[in-house]
Design a protein. Structure first.
Length: 94
């Protein structure tokens, strides 16, 4: 997979190559790379994962709320509880 295909700045790949096979870049360049990578991980991984976890939390809370309401109103178990894989789908990558 190419860096540009996943939205990663190509200069970071070149920097890694240079650091591995030649000499280490300056501390200033390394700090710039760190900043760029933290921003990339935030956008590409951390924020989407947090959104999926929030959606799963809301889905579970909704199921529990409906189940409780049904039990209190009807005093029975008529509201089906979703299978765990249904709820787990919220956690799977899009």
């Amino acid at each position: 997979m190419l860096a540009k295909d996943v939205g990663l700045a190509t200069w970071l790949v070149e920097l890694r190559h240079r650091a591995t096979h030649a000499d280490l870049p300056s501390l200033r360049v390394l700090k710039a790379a760190r900043s760029e990578l933290l921003t990339y991980f935030e956008k590409a991984y951390w924020r989407p994962q947090l959104e999926r976890l929030d959606a799963a939390e809301r889905a579970v809370a909704d199921v529990l709320r409906r189940r409780k309401k049904n039990l209190l109103e009807n005093n029975d178990a008529a509201t089906p509880i979703p299978h765990p894989t249904t709820l787990a789908a919220f956690l799977a990558p899009a």
